[in-house]
Design a protein around this ligand. Structure first.
Ligand SMILES: [Zn+2]
Length: 111
């Protein structure tokens, strides 16, 4: 996925279009994410016992990751993400390849 947990994103389609929020959970296998304050379902729950009071419960429901765009932490713009491969030696001198996400607007490395 182009986004992951803790990313700030903007919703680009659906009923919450235009909303900005932080990804609270990511489900890469399903290509879905939950975003703070986005696609919130409201449930009215009855009190079951003393430890579980009733009331209105707000729960974020997952949305498709393709419906959000990453907001670059550097330039603050909604952007598409480029990936680049970084090769750097680890502690034991072995060169390891890591994928780095790059902002297409300002070129900043994100992560
Ligand atoms: Zn940027």
């Amino acid at each position: 996925m182009h986004v992951k947990s803790k990313d700030t994103v903007i919703v680009i389609s659906g009923k919450d279009k235009g909303k900005k929020g932080k990804i609270s959970a990511a489900f890469p296998k399903l290509n879905r994410v939950t975003v703070e304050g986005v696609n919130v379902a409201t449930k009215h729950q009855k009190a079951r016992n003393a430890g579980q009071p009733g009331g209105i419960i707000h729960k974020e429901m997952p949305i498709d990751a393709s419906n959000v765009m990453l907001v670059c932490p550097k330039c603050g713009k909604a952007t598409r993400v480029a990936h680049k491969v970084d090769r750097a030696p680890n502690e034991s001198g072995k060169v390891v390849r890591t994928m780095i996400r790059v902002c297409k607007k300002c070129g900043a490395e994100i992560d």
